[in-house]
Write a protein that binds this ligand. Structure first.
Ligand code: FAD
Ligand code: NAD
Length: 480
């Protein structure tokens, strides 16, 4: 193999894990190639993986458009702004979304060029001795690498009882591409995708019914925050049915007929379209030769240690294809960690402080331990919560639903978890990540100065509330 086809690092996958790893490797002076197979509708390469093409970015674009429509319908009149004949055009919303995707995927191409990352379009297959075969439209090529980083991502889980049917029974990618608003929309799974995409189409006028298998709503979130969010969604008209089990879904006469069980009662439901959003599964199929012998975890993820090293020396795996939350920012940080490690600058990630955000309205965001986790592990804590209803800025914005809640260690006062449901929770949570990474106590936060009026003051007041010292609400001890 010629030197031209040998790299110090080959990254497989150009999602937020892989493209970030490739850029950092190149920045660190390593000869790097990134192989990616994603094609846009015209068959051309489109970098950025799930996140940029059919995930984080297009979903947020539609969430923004649909939220603006909902505000214009229900909120602007409180400000004295009235319109008549408010209309929206799904085609324009989709075109805007597609333009944003194109700009960002094109941006990765530019970044690869600027950083001298070789982009190879095709499907990679790992062979023994760190050789990689790439299948392209016009044949196969072979390259080799000192180090291989697998960042092949994940795909939507399919349900045997609800096989996908184009534009009728769809996964998240299909739900991001509807060209009209379904009158009645079913969603299987009240997880992150179900809530975000269910919200998009509800805001645009669909009647949305969400069937969730678990008894508890958003079991991964803090219970108090999940209950508050559930109340808000109910008020908005999202019909979330818990403890349900889908038995069958099939298309009949242009409709989707569902049969499901709830508490052993059988139910039938007819909807115009159905979104299946019951989780994602790691992409490990047809990725390596049997003789490479990479180990998998129980869930089918590539087995890695804290440094994202697999059991095969010189092969790493990052992002959705390995354990941990399936989040773009988690994958990107793993990409940087691995790149730094290969370049001889070992580095680690604090997996305990990866923030989660659900971009509904209100937004939900958290980092660290939930109250139920602290109770289960017997760790003593003090809780402080501050409602946005008591925040001057939230009132001025007309966004008073929700709260900030801080959990601090009962002995040391170190902040152990921060949970937010409310306006701009996705931005506010960064304050919690920074504080917790720097081992702040609730007293540290309480003693800092926050700008007035700002939503951040709710973080300050929640920190004060941990020791019953909040100013703009009645503290627990005073109530007694
Ligand atoms: P991916 O982004 O899946 O990229 C993997 C890439 O590898 C793909 O381009 C794929 O084609 C390529 N590939 C796979 N196998 C091969 C092969 N053999 N050869 C060549 N190329 C290959 N996360 C957030 O943090 N915030 C959000 O707001 C958010 N919203 C989301 C909304 C939706 C609708 C969805 C579906 C996901 C969302 N996520 C969000 C999750 C996020 O998209 C993923 O966590 C993230 O994309 C994972 O990054 P990755 O690089 O590991 O994999
Ligand atoms: P999820 O794990 O968030 O939610 C899946 C939901 O489906 C769960 O509540 C689960 O109990 C339910 N479920 C599973 N099987 C079911 C069944 N048979 N019937 C009814 N309900 C069932 O998964 P998702 O919403 O598909 O999202 C996939 C991944 O993408 C998530 O891991 C998430 O991290 C990521 N994502 C993140 C964001 C974000 O960060 N804002 C947005 C979208 C997706």
């Amino acid at each position: 193999m010629s030197d031209n086809n040998h790299y110090e690092v080959v990254v497989i996958g150009a999602g937020p894990a892989g493209y970030v790893a490739a850029i950092r490797c190149a920045q660190l002076g390593l000869k790097t190639a990134c192989v990616d197979a994603w094609e846009d509708e015209s068959g051309a390469a489109s970098l950025g993986g799930t996140c940029l093409n059919v995930g984080c970015i297009p979903s947020k674009a539609l969430l923004e458009s649909s939220e603006k429509y909902e505000q214009s319908l229900h909120e602007f009149k409180d400000h004295g702004i009235s319109f008549s004949g408010i209309e929206f055009d799904v085609g324009t919303m989709q075109a805007r979304k597609n333009k944003i995707v194109k700009e960002l995927t094109g941006g990765i191409k530019q970044l690869f060029k600027a950083n001298k990352v070789s982009h190879l379009f095709g499907r990679a297959f790992i062979k023994p001795e760190h050789k990689i075969e790439i299948t392209q439209a016009d044949g196969k090529t072979s390259i080799s690498a000192d180090n291989i980083i697998i960042a092949s991502g994940s795909s939507a889980v399919e349900m045997g009882c609800a096989p996908l049917v184009a534009d009728k029974i769809v996964d998240s990618s299909g739900a991001l591409a509807f060209d009209s608003v379904p009158q009645k929309l079913g969603v299987i799974g009240a997880g992150v995708i179900g809530l975000e995409l269910g919200s998009v189409w509800r805001r645009l006028g669909a009647e949305v019914i969400v069937l969730e298998a678990q008894e508890n709503f958003l079991a991964m979130a803090d219970v108090q925050i999940a209950k508050d969010a559930q109340r808000q969604f109910k008020k908005q008209g999202l019909d979330i049915r818990l403890n349900t089990r889908l038995v069958a879904a099939e298309v009949q006469d242009e409709k989707v007929e569902l049969h499901y069980k709830q508490a052993d009662q059988e139910h039938a439901l007819t909807v115009d379209k159905l979104i299946v959003a019951v989780g994602r599964t790691p992409n490990v199929e047809k990725l390596w030769d049997d003789s490479v012998e990479l180990l998998l975890d129980e869930g089918g993820f590539i087995n890695v240690n804290d440094q994202c090293e697999t059991n095969v020396p010189g092969i790493y795996a990052i992002g959705d294809v390995v354990r941990g939350p399936m989040l773009a920012h988690k994958g990107s940080e793993e990409g940087i960690m691995v790149a730094e490690g290969i370049a001889g600058h070992p580095h680690q990630i604090n997996y305990d402080l990866i923030p989660s955000v659900i971009y509904t309205h209100p937004e939900i965001a958290w980092v660290g331990k939930t109250e139920q986790e602290l109770k289960a592990s017997g760790i003593g804590y003090n809780a402080g919560a501050f409602p946005f209803a008591a925040s001057g800025r939230a009132k001025a914005m007309g966004n008073t639903a929700g709260m900030v809640k801080i959990l601090a260690d009962a002995e040391t006062d170190r902040v152990l978890g921060v949970h937010i449901v409310g306006p701009q929770a996705s931005e506010l949570i960064a304050q919690a990540v920074i504080s917790m990474e720097l081992a702040a106590s609730s007293e540290d936060l309480a003693m800092m100065v926050f700008a007035h009026p700002s939503l951040s003051e709710a973080v300050h007041e929640a920190a004060l509330a941990v020791s019953d010292q909040a100013i703009h609400m009645v503290n627990r001890k005073r109530k007694q």
